[in-house]
Design a protein around this ligand. Structure first.
Ligand SMILES: Nc1ncnc2c1ncn2[C@@H]1O[C@H](COP(=O)(O)OP(=O)(O)O)[C@@H](O)[C@H]1O
Ligand SMILES: [Mg+2]
Length: 510
């Protein structure tokens, strides 16, 4: 029986309103409410079910197991809970034992108990919207009782719950909108800093991507700096294809690729008879690149004698072919690249300072792969896909092999990594690349890195390191079988056992 003293009622309502705002977890809050109801109001069983479309399901309950709660699902109009959800007004069943509509779906009431249980069911509403249903079982002693008072109180509680449900819905919706906005922003940014054919998510490389995006639309000369294999040529192409010149030609020329004597005619062309083999006139690279982009790789190898002519094209946009008098005008954007230290060359007088400044309008530095190791797994996956396609294979890589490749320093940068993956795909007979498939050179160096071994250490410790490395490699090669590894090293099993202990060697599985 509800203890309907006004003070108790007020205390309960106060507790309930506090609980409904207690946390962002609606289910937990409502569970608290049900507990208070049970405590203050002699309620044996209670549920709060919420409507979602045409289904009503129990969110929280008192006096029911989780299993029973899960069974509490009703279609709109089904049973008493379904009906209240449909019509939006309370239903009271004075004695559920007499009521055929009573489904007892959750199975939480024993048949014997049904004799003297009343069932009170009120809609949870917000304004005119029916959000769900609250139900309460209450025991009564057999004599006729009025449920007026109980209903009045339950309606108040239901309306408090309605407000809370609505608030939570709104918060959830707002949160979703915020998450969506954040994700779309991230997508935009990712798109913004994407460069065709270039893989990488590390901060170092995304910075470069950003620079490429900023410099591409202009016609500024760009100087790409970075070790061999870091992607300078790839960047040069990307800049061209993202520039207004993308429909025009991209002409690439490596200044270190041909003998000095032929460079000038390669770059600027020659007239017929300019030299012994000049049977016909020929355009040079600058002429071919007119309106487009010229990419001069290894610009540090440009002979001093040729540098004034390059400077003139950049400044005056004109030149003469070798053996020619006619001045030719071109509109060319220059992108130069070098892996050498141009400042050193300038200091040594091997590179003209004025040309250096002309080239260096926008320098872009490509990080070595070891400075952006986070990108190694991404690149490996990328090259695996590429070379699987090329070779009609479906080879994947074991995590342990991925670790080995990630630990290596890659002095040849992305080019070396790409070549290594191609070789692994081509040579592999299995379907998974194992650490033992990886070339010993890479494995040794990465093992060294993994175990913190520095080969340039002082000699005595270096000797120890080499011994430790040899043991590690032998163990690797023999899958950790000590006897086999000892044989490989030409020592006894006892000796290898002693050394493994001495060096504290632990072989990682895989
Ligand atoms: N970020 C990258 N994503 C994918 N491939 C790359 C990336 N950087 C370099 N490569 C690849 O590595 C190889 C060497 O790049 P390249 O541009 O020729 O380097 P560099 O000119 O600096 O020597 C090329 O096959 C290139 O496609
Ligand atoms: Mg190159």
């Amino acid at each position: 029986m509800l203890k309907s003293s006004p003070t108790i009622e007020l205390t309960a309502l106060y507790e309930i309103s506090k609980l409904l705002g207690a946390s962002l977890n609606l289910k937990a809050n409502i569970r608290g409410v049900m507990r208070v109801l049970a405590e203050y109001l002699d309620m044996k069983l209670g549920t709060v079910a919420l409507r979602s479309g045409d289904e009503i399901s129990i969110l929280a309950a008192h006096g029911m197991s989780e299993d029973e709660i899960k069974k509490g699902r009703y279609r709109l109009g089904e049973g008493i809970i379904g009906r209240v959800a449909k019509i939006g007004s309370p239903i009271v069943i004075p004695n559920i034992g007499d009521e055929p509509l009573f489904l007892n779906k959750t199975g939480s009431r024993k048949i014997v108990q049904r004799e003297n249980i009343a069932f009170l069911c009120v809609p949870i509403k917000f304004k005119n919207e029916i959000l769900g249903v609250m139900s309460v079982d209450r025991l009564f002693g057999g004599k006729t009782v009025s449920f007026e008072e109980d209903l009045r109180l339950l309606k108040i509680i239901a309306s408090l719950i309605g407000q809370a449900v609505k608030l939570h819905e709104e918060v959830a919706r707002e949160r979703e909108t915020l998450i969506e906005a954040k994700e779309s922003l991230a997508r935009q940014l990712e798109g913004k800093y994407k460069v065709d054919n270039m893989i990488g998510r590390s901060s170092r490389i995304t910075e470069v991507f950003g620079e490429i995006h900023r410099v591409a639309p202009s016609r500024a000369n760009v100087l790409l700096r970075g070790e061999s294999g870091t992607g300078k040529e790839l960047v040069a192409k990307a800049i061209h294809f993202m520039s207004p010149r993308s429909k025009e030609r991209f002409i690439k020329f490596n200044c270190a690729s041909i003998p000095e004597g032929l460079l000038e005619s390669e770059l600027f062309g020659h007239e017929k008879g300019a030299f012994t083999n000049a049977i016909i006139a020929r355009k040079g690279r600058f002429e071919l690149a007119d309106k487009g982009t010229i990419f001069l790789d290894e610009i540090g190898d440009l002979p001093l004698a040729l540098q004034p002519k390059i400077l003139r094209v950049l400044q005056e946009k004109e030149f003469e072919r070798v053996g020619g008098e006619k001045t030719i005008s071109v509109d060319v954007r220059l992108i130069a690249a070098t892996s050498r230290n141009l400042e050193d060359l300038v200091a040594k007088g091997q590179f003209r300072e004025d040309l250096y400044y002309r080239l260096n309008v926008v320098p872009v530095f490509l990080p070595a792969l070891r400075e952006r190791k986070d990108d190694i797994p991404l690149l490996i996956e990328h090259f695996l896909e590429k070379y699987n396609k090329e070779n009609d294979k479906t080879i994947s890589i074991k995590p342990s092999a991925m670790d080995t490749l990630s630990a290596y320093d890659w002095p040849g940068n992305v080019r070396e990594l790409e070549n290594t993956i191609e070789r692994l795909v081509v040579m592999s007979s299995g379907d998974k690349i194992e650490p033992s498939d990886i070339p010993a050179l890479i494995r040794d160096k990465s093992t060294g890195a993994k175990y913190g071994i520095q080969l340039q250490d002082a000699l005595p410790s270096a000797v120890k390191d080499i011994e430790k490395l040899r043991i590690l490699n032998a163990l690797h090669a023999t899958n950790g079988v000590h006897a086999k590894a000892a044989r490989l090293l030409g020592i006894t099993s006892r000796q290898i056992g002693y050394k493994i202990k001495k060096y504290n060697i632990e072989l990682r599985a895989g």
